[in-house]
Design a protein around this ligand. Structure first.
Ligand code: NI
Length: 183
């Protein structure tokens, strides 16, 4: 296993459509997923897509921490999910704004509209078919990671770029707003 180098915004691997994986259970895919899991744990993120580690294949991993899913109504998946060739279908037109960051856009965050509720399918590297419905944070992280497979980074989904900024600055603003609310 190895910790992999993360591609940053501007690298062409993040702009292209990633290729389908012909055999999701191939040993090379299992090895890739193991390295991606180790990389994500090292950097303490919620999700990672293979193009972010310079591999243009349709593979994502993600997890939904309990504290991030408190407002979600559908059940949260336990542990890390790895999906090969994932497909997303929005359930309804409803979208909601939420804050996102990305390991490929380090130090920044932005408010991104996403479908509130989705269904997604894919294969695990163990050969199991996954089909789930998700809402809230869970739906958001899946949409964010799958966008990477189509060469899309979250700022491209933003409708108000004034809500894109450096995490340090934005958190100061949130702290000030929270303080103002208390006054
Ligand atoms: Ni990302």
């Amino acid at each position: 296993m190895a910790i992999l180098k993360i591609a940053r915004m501007g690298h062409p691997v993040l702009r292209r459509r990633a290729d389908e994986v012909p055999d999701p259970t191939a040993p090379a895919i299992r090895a890739l997923v193991a390295d991606m899991v180790e990389t994500l744990r090292d950097i303490n993120g919620s999700g990672l897509a293979a193009p972010q580690v310079h591999i243009p294949l349709r593979v994502v991993i993600f997890h939904v921490p309990a504290h991030r899913a408190q407002a979600d109504s559908l059940p949260r998946p336990e542990g890390m999910t790895a999906l090969v060739n994932p497909v997303i279908e929005p359930l309804g037109d409803e979208r909601e704004d939420g804050w996102e960051g990305c390991l490929s856009v380090p130090g920044m965050m932005g408010s991104v509209p996403r479908f509130r509720r989705i269904r997604y399918t894919g294969m695990t590297p163990e050969g199991a078919r996954v089909e789930r419905e998700a809402d809230g944070f869970h739906a958001r992280v899946v949409q964010h990671e799958c966008d990477h497979l189509d060469g899309i980074l979250y700022p491209q989904r933003m409708t108000d770029l004034s809500l894109l900024g450096f995490v340090e600055e934005m958190q100061k603003r949130f702290a000030e707003a929270a303080h103002a609310d208390r006054d």
